[in-house]
Ligand binder design. Structure first.
Ligand code: ATP
Ligand code: MG
Length: 574
């Protein structure tokens, strides 16, 4: 493509509302433009990169035996009512009515639509297994769209759905996708790792997220240095501690102590001169309208996702003052477990505590020397806290570490969550009706592109890996008004085009410095500089964007050299 004919509006200014590097660079490199909050247009350069990612995904999905189809974006409410998500999904689901007053939504994901399709078309075990995928637009009315296309409202996703006759088959389908995802992200040139994850509103029993390592990532990842355990912080498990033998002789008599206006752990800890590790927080949660007390050591944090999963609740939040008052008889800050009127679930962190300090369920009072079994009962102990540095690995004896990551892909074992609710059944060998076992598998296309930039940039701009580069080569004639320079540039250009290479000829009447800046900004991996001095010696310069390395080649050799570099770069990532 000739630069002079391209729509490639680059910019030098850092956009003031772009918080992270990828967003800044995608705007400056003329890849995207914001239409409105969380909604973006891809310009030609950006769309080429999108197509590169899509192509890699298609190749790997097809190789794994999945088949591409295309489902509608507009989905009828009835299907979502059938699965139970019409009420469960919350405000991210954009709902609207048509002229006949029928309810619809814009698809944030397609489990309902695909399950509906498959239940009508699949009748017997002979038609299974099946894996169907699409690359299509999703809409999620995110509470806080940010970071450009990384967390937006309208975005492209590859979503795949597998249907199997039995658990063993479903496991195999999941493994196949796990392998395909590894192939995809490796070919995209990303440094990533699969981590165990929570299943969120998609549901199901087990899932892995594919995380691209980046400081700007919204997710915290826990991993073990010794074994290969890695998990999203939301999900990171904490091993059940050994129950220590506690002698009741250690139990001191319980006392009520006046603690005027002392509500926080810090206040109580310094007022009573006890360590936060000796204090037990009693947090009242509202789980689907019912109170539940969660006990946890004063120095630790409750992981609400673990609470939600443990209680199998649709909605979990900290209770309001009214619910706290009803359950404890005291205002917020003085809730305690002794005499509480609710279910009591305790985090493992308090399992071996003796003589604890808790709220007294009475304004301005706390209790000292509270003991499990004597002063209160626990309905059960569970892993409910946020993992922290210093914790042991839940799988081995190693220590855990933290890194930040961007979730680019997510694979789920769904089991029969949708197939049961929506009656996706088949007849087995004996003619018996059985429920299909499902899996679903997503990749955010735009987020993958942005994540790639987060890992591949410098002060001058983007540094595309060859596999995602919108063009592999840019030819920069230093001065288009010099006949020889233009002639040599045109020749190299037409040879590369004839070989099917993706190449830009920067034929703009601009200073060389301006052209170099743009070439660096848009991140083209290889630059051929054609200048009068080198040309007089029969040479052109080849510069590698990633390493900054440059070398002279005979004008007749540069095309072959460039093609070699491209082939070996793509091979290396494959
Ligand atoms: P997140 O936790 O980041 O909101 P999610 O768990 O809701 O993601 P999934 O439902 O698993 O995401 O969707 C599959 C993939 O779609 C994600 O791995 C991500 O790459 C992409 N994705 C999800 N939400 C967005 C968004 N708001 N903007 C861009 N891409 C998104
Ligand atoms: Mg989400």
């Amino acid at each position: 493509m000739r630069y002079s004919e391209m729509h490639l509006p680059t910019g030098r200014e850092i956009p003031s509302d772009a918080e992270i590097v990828s967003n800044q660079l995608m705007i400056r490199a003329g890849m995207i433009r914001k239409l409105t909050s969380g909604i973006y247009s891809y310009l030609p350069l950006g769309y080429r990169v999108i197509r590169k990612v899509e192509q890699i995904i298609r190749e790997e999905m097809n190789k794994a035996g999945a088949q591409e189809l295309h489902l509608p974006i507009v989905q009828p409410a009835e299907l979502w009512q059938e699965s139970g998500r019409w009420t469960y999904y919350g405000k991210e689901l954009l709902r609207f009515r048509d002229r006949n007053e029928r309810d619809y939504c814009l698809g944030p994901t397609h489990e309902e639509v695909i399950t509906d399709l498959v239940r009508h078309d699949i009748k017997t075990y002979r038609q299974l297994p099946l894996n169907l995928y699409q690359i299509q637009t999703k809409f999620r009315d995110e509470m806080r769209p940010r970071f450009g296309v990384m967390r937006c409202r309208e975005f492209g996703m590859k979503d795949a759905y597998s249907f199997d006759a039995d658990e063993a088959g479903a496991e195999k389908s999941y493994e196949k996708m796990f392998t395909a995802y590894n192939n995809i992200f490796r070919r995209c040139g990303l440094k990533y790792r699969p981590v165990e994850a929570d299943s969120g509103s998609i549901g199901g029993s087990f899932s892995h997220e594919f995380m691209v390592m980046a400081e700007s990532g919204e997710d915290a990842i826990v991993f073990c240095e010794k074994c290969n355990y890695a998990a999203n912080l939301e999900k990171a498990e904490i091993a059940r501690p050994e129950k220590m033998a506690i002698s009741e002789k250690e139990w001191l008599p319980m006392e009520s102590i006046e603690t005027p206006n002392m509500r926080t752990i810090e206040e109580v800890s310094s007022f009573l001169n006890v360590s936060p590790k000796q204090i037990v927080k009693t947090l009242i949660f509202n789980a689907d309208g019912k109170p539940c007390a969660i006990l946890i050591r004063g120095d630790q944090e409750v992981n609400e996702i673990k609470v939600k999963n443990y209680l199998s609740a649709a909605e979990v939040e900290l209770a309001d003052d009214e619910m706290i008052m009803k359950a404890t008889g005291a205002p917020r800050g003085f809730a305690g477990v002794v005499g509480i009127k609710s279910k009591v679930i305790a985090d493992y962190s308090i399992m071996n505590l003796v003589n604890m300090v808790t709220g007294a369920n009475k304004e301005d009072y706390h209790l000292k020397n509270v003991n499990i079994g004597r002063d209160f009962q626990v309905d059960s102990f569970a892993d409910l806290r946020v993992s922290e540095l210093g914790d042991d690995c839940p799988r081995c004896t190693g220590a855990i570490k933290f890194v930040r990551g961007i979730e680019v892909g997510h694979i789920f074992k769904l089991g029969t969550k949708y197939s049961k609710a929506m009656k996706a059944v088949y007849l087995d060998k004996d003619g018996k009706e059985k429920t299909m076992i499902m899996g679903c598998y997503g990749i955010g296309i735009g987020r993958t592109v942005a994540a790639c930039i987060e890992q591949n940039f410098d002060d001058n701009g983007i540094i595309w890996p060859m596999s995602l580069a919108p063009y592999s080569i840019i030819i920069t004639p230093v001065n288009i008004n010099e006949k020889n320079v233009m002639k040599a540039s045109e020749k190299i250009y037409s040879e590369l085009v004839a070989c099917g290479e993706e190449v830009i000829l920067d034929d703009r009447d601009e200073r060389a410095g301006v052209k170099f800046k743009d070439a660096d900004l848009i991140g083209i991996p290889l630059r051929i500089v054609v200048g009068p001095k080198n040309l007089a010696q029969g040479h052109v310069e080849l510069k590698i964007r990633k390493t900054g390395e440059s070398r002279l080649y005979a004008t007749g050799d540069v095309v072959a050299e460039v093609r070699n570099i491209i082939v070996s770069a793509l091979k290396e990532a494959s």
